[in-house]
Write a protein that binds this ligand. Structure first.
Ligand SMILES: Cc1ncc(COP(=O)(O)O)c(C=O)c1O
Ligand SMILES: [Zn+2]
Length: 369
């Protein structure tokens, strides 16, 4: 077998790509790929994330569902700073990497069982899963919080997903999405290992675009942790296969309001507010189910974490827009984290930095000019 579905906490193995948590201990599952990364195995004429399809062996060639995901531009912003424009993915965010892999791997299996997929999200992931399901001709049900509104919700509806509004907090929404129903296959992006695994492609792209070198550091906005875990796993694969020399310094950037990972990394206690009111409205996981895995993996690669204040996010957002990069405030969190570390001399200005701009500004509903 070229891959395994393994528990992140115990020795349980699964052979079922539809599983989303360990049936022995309930912890998150991980995909382990038993293939070295070899640059000669890249499909060089494919200018999408599928140029790396050989390293995602659970997707069959004829079953790829495409909307033009990946191979996003890496743009030089200043002497040492580069932006990876994930906002230019088909649905406007990096989530398309996860959805493309997940839906490509599962659509035939789900259709064969006359089923549909179920996801919980009011935001970018919901829109992304809905788009890929639409492309695959697969029914999708997206569970959203009752108060949902705005451009992302419109996107989910126009892609044709069934929308189920759930009252109560975010965990209640996830609970409803997971409730067994005839034909329902839960593929929630936070828990499903295939979604996270698709994000590996982002590390491959950045390394290739830097000429098979890792940048000195990589700044990422972090909420549920799928972006962080996927990027770490991709760089680890490249280092383990001797394609790049060493890991970049990975920096998880969080808002003060939603910063459980930062607090764990710095051994501080964290009590979230009762209600969130951040301009970074995509970063809402105050109690992320993948927290232990994030802490373990970020420590393993000697990564770091930083938190930013609301004013710092707004300043970074306005600076980016003022230079032509119109991204979501949640994406500006990564640039704000970089600026803060430069100011605090926690990063060398001689080191190259890749900042992942995760989502498009047109989705913004929290800031007015
Ligand atoms: C625009 C944007 N940036 C960053 C993130 C954080 O990603 P993750 O939840 O995988 O940590 C999200 C998640 O919703 C997002 O929508
Ligand atoms: Zn387990």
């Amino acid at each position: 077998m070229k891959y395994d579905v393994e528990c992140s906490a115990c020795s349980y193995h699964s052979s079922n790509l539809l599983d989303f948590k360990c049936s022995s201990c309930g912890m998150p599952l991980d995909i382990q790929v038993h293939l070295d990364f070899e640059t000669k195995r890249i499909s060089k004429k494919d200018f999408s994330l599928w140029r790396y399809r050989r390293f995602f062996p659970y997707v069959r060639d004829g079953e790829i569902v495409r909307l033009g995901e990946g191979w996003t531009p890496l743009v030089r912003f200043s002497e040492r700073v580069y932006f990876k424009l994930e906002s230019l993915n088909p649905t406007g965010s990096f989530k398309d990497r996860g959805s493309a892999l997940l839906v490509s791997a599962l659509h035939k299996l789900v259709k064969k069982r006359r089923g549909y997929i179920s996801e919980d999200s009011s935001g970018n992931a919901g829109a992304s899963i809905a788009a890929y399901a639409a492309r695959a001709g697969l029914r999708a049900k997206v569970y959203v919080p009752e108060a949902v509104a705005g451009p992302k919700f419109n996107q989910i509806q126009f892609y044709g997903a069934d929308v189920v509004k759930v009252s109560g907090n975010r965990s209640k929404v996830a609970e409803e999405a997971q409730k067994p129903e005839p034909g329902k296959f839960y593929v929630g992006h936070i828990l499903h290992p295939l979604f996270r695994d698709g994000i590996r492609s982002l590390a491959y792209e950045m390394s290739e675009q830097f000429g098979w070198k890792a940048p000195g550091c990589v700044y990422l906005p972090v909420s549920a942790g799928t972006l962080l875990l996927g990027v770490v796993s991709g760089f680890q694969h490249l280092v383990g296969s001797n394609v790049i020399e060493s890991m970049p310094r990975i920096v998880a950037c969080q808002t003060r309001q939603v910063s459980p990972l930062y607090h764990r990394m710095k051994n501080l206690s964290y009590t979230p507010l009762d209600t969130l009111a951040s301009v970074a409205d995509a970063l809402v996981s105050v109690d992320p189910p993948l927290l232990e895995l994030m802490v373990k993996n970020l420590k393993k690669v000697d990564g770091d974490a930083v938190i930013v204040e609301e004013e710092e996010i707004l300043e970074a957002f306005r600076e980016l827009a003022g230079r032509g990069f119109y991204v979501e405030p949640s994406s500006a969190v990564a640039y704000a984290g970089y600026k803060k570390q430069v100011k605090n001399k926690e990063v060398s200005v001689d080191s190259s930095a890749a900042i992942v701009l995760t989502g498009a500004g047109l989705k913004t509903a929290t800031v007015r000019p």
